[in-house]
Design a protein around this ligand. Structure first.
Ligand code: AHM
Ligand code: MG
Length: 348
């Protein structure tokens, strides 16, 4: 495309399609505390996502540009991508006068953000999994960022406490994920449905590409690490066998990327269930309630889907520690209902 054609194309795109920036401003009033802070917070996540996207896209050039631990041409140390993503999101969030605390899957403890005047007036806490599925990077498979936002429950003017982070998922005011895939997408909810935005890398702009995303009520995909089958509880084994039986719309298709964001994203579009059950190896499963399950559960419910630990809705669980793990069943509502039915029956 010559420069003129490119400029015309960009102008056309900009007029025809809504950008994430426009969408955030236009929908700001839907939010009950609408003072613009949450919008600014989501804007800062959008910015960090673009930086991380840029780095993730270069991951395949590691032999050419230098591996983690090397020193680059400017004399800076090359960071591992998950460390880089963590630092990028934390720094971007810290530099806004909105966030009073950040907890990350990458850090043992939460970070207190004092605010510019050290007065602890900021109202929001953010919980983040900066680069989920990062073991997939070496083999060029999609990875993601997951975020979750709450209003603090302790009084402004005092430092944030653990209590502000250990709120039930039901209290989330916003949650979302970024999938760094064949396209980079940012998908989020503020409790008024779920919308997906695709990055046009040529101009660094997210466009609304998937308005009002909905989990189909019923699907035909089941996503689980079947290598762990022998270690699963009987109810999960029974449900997997049910998925494989030939009857009605079954057998279902098995699809497991091993990258939570991508697996959930695909199932939300096509219809399916994602499962990470407990097992005889992991008594509480693998996934983290605060950084992975709660935000995904909020998105799932907002998209008409369902998420539970097999018995209780994820959003109703009361967290007890920052890095708590929980079994996770998430997806099309009728499929999650069926999995729960098998689990309940196995304990009768
Ligand atoms: P991580 O937070 O260490 O990246 O682990 C989370 C990931 C999820 O993205 C994925 O669904 C799951 O772990 C895969 O685990 P497994 O390899 O045990 O199937
Ligand atoms: Mg993770």
């Amino acid at each position: 495309m010559n420069i003129f054609a490119q400029a015309t194309y960009i102008f056309f795109m900009a007029r025809k399609h809504q950008t994430l920036g426009e969408f955030i401003i236009e929908n700001q009033s839907e939010f009950k505390y609408s003072s613009g802070e949450l919008s600014r917070l989501i804007n800062s996540i959008r910015l960090a996502a673009k930086v991380v996207n840029h780095e993730v896209n270069k991951a395949g050039l590691v032999d050419i540009l230098g591996a983690a631990g090397d020193t680059n041409i400017q004399g800076e140390d090359q960071q591992k991508l998950d460390v880089m993503a963590n630092t990028t999101f934390i720094n971007t969030l810290k530099n806004r006068e909105i966030v009073c605390g950040i907890a990350s899957e990458e850090n043992d403890d939460y970070i207190t953000v004092e605010g510019h005047n050290d007065d602890h007036q900021n109202k929001y806490v953010v919980l983040i999994d900066p680069l989920d599925g990062s073991s997939n990077i070496d083999v060029n498979v999609s990875v993601g960022t997951i975020f979750s936002i709450y209003r603090r429950i302790t009084e402004a003017g005092t430092p944030v406490t653990l209590e502000d982070f250990l709120q039930p998922g039901r209290n989330q005011v916003a949650a979302g994920y970024i999938v760094y895939g064949t396209s980079t997408m940012l998908v989020y909810t503020t409790g008024h449905g779920v919308n997906g935005f695709t990055l046009n890398p040529a101009i660094g702009t997210f466009y609304l590409s998937h308005p009002n995303m909905q989990f189909p009520e019923e699907g035909q995909i089941y996503s689980v690490n079947e290598g762990n089958y022998v270690h699963f509880p009987q109810g999960v084994k029974d449900y997997i066998k049910y998925c494989q039986e030939e009857e009605g719309n079954r057998p279902y298709t098995s699809r497991y990327i091993g990258s939570l964001v991508s697996d959930i994203h695909r199932n939300m579009i096509k219809g399916g269930i994602y499962m990470y059950p407990k097992s005889s190896l992991n008594a509480k499963g693998k996934l983290r309630l605060l950084y992975e399950c709660n935000p995904m559960a909020f998105i799932a419910e907002q998209a008409g889907g369902k998420a539970s630990d097999g018995f209780t809705p994820i959003l109703d669980l009361k967290p007890t520690e920052l890095h708590e793990r929980v079994p996770f069943f998430c997806g099309s509502s009728l499929m999650v209902n069926k999995a729960e039915e098998f689990l309940a029956n196995s304990y009768k």
